[in-house]
Design a protein around this ligand. Sequence first.
Ligand SMILES: CC(C)(COP(=O)(O)OP(=O)(O)OC[C@H]1O[C@@H](n2cnc3c(N)ncnc32)[C@H](O)[C@@H]1O)[C@@H](O)C(=O)NCCC(=O)NCCS
Ligand SMILES: Nc1ncnc2c1ncn2[C@@H]1O[C@H](COP(=O)(O)OP(=O)(O)OP(=O)(O)O)[C@@H](O)[C@H]1O
Length: 216
Amino acid sequence: MLRVGLTGGLGSGKSTAARMFAERGAHVLGADAIGRELMRPGQAVFAEIVARFGQGVVLASGELDRPALARLAFEQGGVEELNGIVHPAVIAQQERLIEEIGERDARAIVVVESALIFETRYAGPRGWRERFDRMVLVTAPESAKIARFVERSCATEAAKVAVEAEARRRMALQMPDEEKIPFCDYVLVNDGDVAGLQVQVERVWRELVAAIPVRV
Ligand SMILES: CC(C)(COP(=O)(O)OP(=O)(O)OC[C@H]1O[C@@H](n2cnc3c(N)ncnc32)[C@H](O)[C@@H]1O)[C@@H](O)C(=O)NCCC(=O)NCCS
Ligand SMILES: Nc1ncnc2c1ncn2[C@@H]1O[C@H](COP(=O)(O)OP(=O)(O)OP(=O)(O)O)[C@@H](O)[C@H]1O
């Protein structure tokens, strides 16, 4: 098995790259998706979040009010506490899933897609170095990252300014690309069209396949 970390700042295009790796046969574990699953009512993470942030983060439907939680996290200084609740559970779940995949398929390539692989303080003493055999970074100019985040939010013209401010608040919590590059084996430069990203993913995929450890 080969364990690959796929990271990149907000709006860089890492989910898009992850889908391309999945199309080629990778087992993709998306941190955002796992996080959402663990934040559903009935889960321990949900209970911890409500205990810490209050009933104001729960919708009438009983689901988590993500925009309300985002305000408490990113505008009112609660992000470290939220990370402390969510990250250990997400990482533990990723590790369980990686192990399961490895047991089923010794030649699997597992791609863990997350914005915060280098930033999180909850990945054990050796951090990402312990967790991944290869690291792939998706980069894009800041203006493109923000534009993509705003576009994906489907905000109205009037709301776009607020969404852009939200993007900047989240980006300020993420390491700049220049600091991540030295830690990465591959860099996908997503500054053009999706076809350009596809070409780079194909090249990296071939190298990852060649890097799968030979069973002894
Ligand atoms: C605050 C929450 C509920 C807001 O949800 P929302 O649907 O608006 O955003 P979503 O989770 O889809 O994240 C979108 C992007 O925001 C950025 N972002 C999210 N959380 C963080 C964080 N703690 N620090 C920096 N950037 C973040 C990432 O680039 C992420 O891909 C949610 O982001 C959250 O619970 N964040 C804390 C846990 C976390 O780190 N999640 C991301 C990986 S598990
Ligand atoms: N090269 C590109 N050209 C145009 N649009 C793109 C390109 N790459 C990605 N996008 C679009 O930009 C948006 C953000 O991309 P994506 O969701 O892959 O980013 P991400 O890094 O996973 O973001 P986040 O950390 O915010 O979840 C999506 O709507 C995606 O379709």
